[in-house]
Design a protein around this ligand. Structure first.
Ligand SMILES: C[S@@+](CC[C@H](N)C(=O)[O-])C[C@H]1O[C@@H](n2cnc3c(N)ncnc32)[C@H](O)[C@@H]1O
Length: 350
């Protein structure tokens, strides 16, 4: 099986390099409006943002920043197929402007923008990194009523383009082989994720300073979303590509990808690390099988049995739908114009 991964240096407010209705899934994380690290970027996209901030008008700055994101949401509406899914990872922002503290609810604005474009909202996910530090409350004091809670969660807003889900030919292999295990379903389809540990390492040569500057999300986030909302052969788009975590996840998960990013330095860093991807893809697949074996053991210890056997692995599974699961690994990567072509093979077990 082959996949292609295209990346463009460019402004996603104009995604003309991506054809109409050519993408089945969007997984992305935009720059978050009103988080200071993105002020300069938004001001470059629209100088009115800088003017509003300089005038101490937080509300106008917030509006102007979202107006720029909305131009990208317009493009998503154009390139997604009917029934395609968009997963938008976004966090809210707290900020004092002109001495007045408030929360800017990015998730609510993004939700509204997608609804206005005719997308159907689906149940969303809240996620937070497991981190418990008393120090995070420093400065809020112990006396009521003027302290505020610390924002530590982010949203993955999920939308479907149009009223109807995608249709597949009956028993399509590319769908059944992309099945996930029963226990993965139970973990992934809960609405609060506190188990995103960042354990799935990204490619090692990734430049840490650049990753920080890009506010990269852990590989686990796009990897899960790809497994949940796409089948083999599908294409995922990330219009805020950053360090390319979505493309990396697509390569590991055996899907096609396309991305667009303003800063070309990110593409170079990704390219420096591509040699690591075959080993990474293998470890991601093997870790899933290992976790499944541990689940099987636990379930047997609890005295529960299994009715089905997987077709491609020597392991029982809980439901008939899981039998066809077939994980892939990256066998070979070839650089092509604007990206990479990948040869996948069934996951090698040894
Ligand atoms: C939050 S980061 C995405 C990080 C990414 N998910 C990762 O894991 O590395 C947002 C990225 O969007 C890029 N960006 C912002 N506005 C853009 C636009 N209009 N077109 C293309 N890229 C844009 C920024 O340069 C930044 O790298």
């Amino acid at each position: 099986m082959e996949t292609t991964h295209r990346v463009f240096v460019g402004d996603s407010r104009d995604l003309s390099a991506v054809d109409d209705e050519s993408v089945e899934l969007v997984v992305t994380s935009p720059p978050y409006p009103m988080i200071e690290m993105w002020d300069d970027l938004f001001t470059e996209l629209d100088p009115a943002v800088g003017d509003a901030l300089a005038n101490g008008d937080g509300r106008a700055a917030f509006d102007a920043m979202h107006a720029q994101l909305e131009r990208v949401w317009d493009e998503l509406e154009r390139v997604l197929v009917d029934g395609g899914i968009a997963c938008i990872n976004v966090g809210d922002a707290t900020r004092s402007i002109d001495g007045s503290f408030r929360v800017y609810q990015n998730h609510a604005r993004v939700l509204e923008a997608f609804e206005e474009r005719g997308f159907e909202p689906l149940p969303d996910v809240l996620w937070r990194k497991p981190a418990n530090s008393a120090a995070k409350f420093m400065g809020s004091g112990m006396i009521p009523p003027n302290a505020y809670v610390t924002l530590e969660h982010e949203y993955i807003l999920v939308f479907r383009k149009g009223a109807e889900s995608r249709a597949f030919e009956p028993k399509a292999d590319r769908r059944y082989e992309a099945a996930y295990f029963w226990e993965e379903r139970n973990q992934w389809f809960t609405d609060v994720w506190t188990d995103v540990t960042g354990e799935l390492q990204s490619i090692e040569t990734t430049d840490d300073e650049l990753r920080e500057r890009s506010a990269a999300y852990p590989l686990e986030i796009p990897y899960r979303l790809l497994c949940m909302y796409s089948a083999y052969g599908d294409t995922v788009l990330d219009p805020f590509w950053g360090t390319g975590t979505t493309t990396l996840a697509a390569m590991c998960a055996g899907r096609n990808s396309v991305g667009s990013e303003l800063e070309d330095a990110f593409l170079e860093v990704f390219d420096d690390g591509v040699d690591e991807i075959p080993a990474l893809s293998r470890s991601v697949g093997r870790a899933r099988l290992e976790r499944h074996r541990e689940f099987v053991e636990r379930r047997r210890e609890d005295g529960e049995g299994f009715e089905y056997e997987a077709d491609y692995y020597e392991t029982p599974v809980v439901t008939g739908m899981e039998r066809g699961i077939r994980l892939r690994e990256v066998r070979d990567i070839e650089r092509i114009v604007d990206g990479y072509r990948i040869e996948h093979a069934p996951l090698a077990l040894e």
